[in-house]
Design a protein around this ligand. Structure first.
Ligand SMILES: Cc1cc2nc3c(=O)[nH]c(=O)nc-3n(C[C@H](O)[C@H](O)[C@H](O)COP(=O)(O)OP(=O)(O)OC[C@H]3O[C@@H](n4cnc5c(N)ncnc54)[C@H](O)[C@@H]3O)c2cc1C
Length: 288
């Protein structure tokens, strides 16, 4: 799987904190907000979950010492959700306690984790209001989940959803997913607490910008959020228009599952990987 790393490099800031820091700095210097994610998920032992927590604490310390404004993103399965729910909740609380005012936004994983994730978020949010939650527009349940998070003052990052889900739980057609995203995004823009609109879909963004202008939504009341290495052109255009754009910056050695999800999202990505492998295997280089 090392062969996929040249592709992964486009989407991750580095395999460790030292290599990721210049990218984190550069995103900040370019006028973007950032949410930093240490790659990792589905851990199966307590020491692995403890190690993930320690990595986040180290990251936090090193960013504090360089006086950078930042948020964090994390997956609950990285903190031990598949091992023991109270252990995972305790790990999240420890991070929230240590990180103070910095938002920790919980990524949403596959639908087997949705209910537990939302319940843990809601519970921890009561004591640590800087916990936020990602919600996936493709799930049928999300309309209720968005309403509930709004009522509880939980900040939401709305995305389409990156996991393969069955027709029993999730919309399957892109048109319907887009329509659901638009509806939920409008609701969040009007009633949500500092929501993040997380998409690179230009058609959706154009429609949402119309909505934002028409409804006179305050640009300081929400963020656009995009993935590191994806559609930097759109990130810049939105920033230049005066909107706050947050870049989700992943780094770390466990880059494979994240990379495979990015690979699945666009067929050109697959072509990039195949071309790269072909060139490397057959020595088809221009530089000799
Ligand atoms: C900040 C952020 C956080 C996210 N967090 C979660 C989460 O917690 N849980 C979850 O399930 N999903 C998450 N996602 C992923 C999301 O669910 C989608 O899978 C992903 O964003 C692609 O959907 P899209 O809305 O950008 O639209 P698409 O229609 O897929 O893409 C629109 C355009 O964006 C560009 N693009 C999109 N993806 C890629 C790519 N991989 N490579 C190259 N170009 C690309 C292309 O130009 C494409 O035409 C997150 C996405 C973002 C932006």
């Amino acid at each position: 799987m090392k062969l996929l790393y040249p592709f992964a490099k486009r989407f991750i800031a580095g395999p460790d904190l030292r290599t990721a820091l210049p990218a984190i700095h550069s995103v900040k210097e370019s006028g973007y907000y950032s949410s930093i994610d240490i790659l990792g998920e589905s851990v199966t032992t307590r020491p692995q979950a403890e190690a993930a927590k320690t990595e986040y604490l180290k990251l936090f310390e090193s960013l504090c010492s360089i006086n950078h404004s930042f948020d964090f993103s994390i997956k609950l399965s990285q903190l031990g959700l598949d091992i023991d729910r109270s252990f995972c909740t305790e790990n999240l609380k420890q991070l929230a306690r240590a990180m103070g005012q910095h938002t920790i936004r919980i990524d949403m994983e596959g639908s087997a984790h949705t209910q537990n994730t939302l319940e843990i978020c809601e519970k921890v949010h009561k004591t640590y209001p800087h916990i936020g939650q990602a919600i996936q527009a493709y799930l049928f349940r999300s309309e209720n989940d968005v309403r509930r998070c709004i009522d509880n003052g939980i900040s939401i990052r709305l995305c389409k959803g990156a996991y393969k889900e069955s027709p029993e739980v999730a919309l399957q057609s892109m048109d319907k997913i887009r329509a659901s995203f638009f509806k939920l995004a409008c609701q969040l823009l009007k009633d949500g607490y500092q929501p993040a609109i997380a998409t690179h879909d230009e058609n959706l963004l154009v429609e949402l910008l119309d909505f934002i202008r028409h409804e006179k939504i305050d640009p300081e009341s929400f963020y656009f959020e995009m993935l590191y290495g994806v559609r930097r052109d759109i990130q810049r255009i939105l920033k230049d228009k005066g909107y706050r754009v947050r870049v989700y910056i992943p780094y770390g050695s466990a880059w494979l599952p994240y990379t495979l999800r990015r690979l699945a999202e666009k067929k050109e990505n697959l072509l990039f990987v195949i071309t790269h492998l072909f060139r490397e295997t057959f020595g088809l280089r221009k530089l000799r």
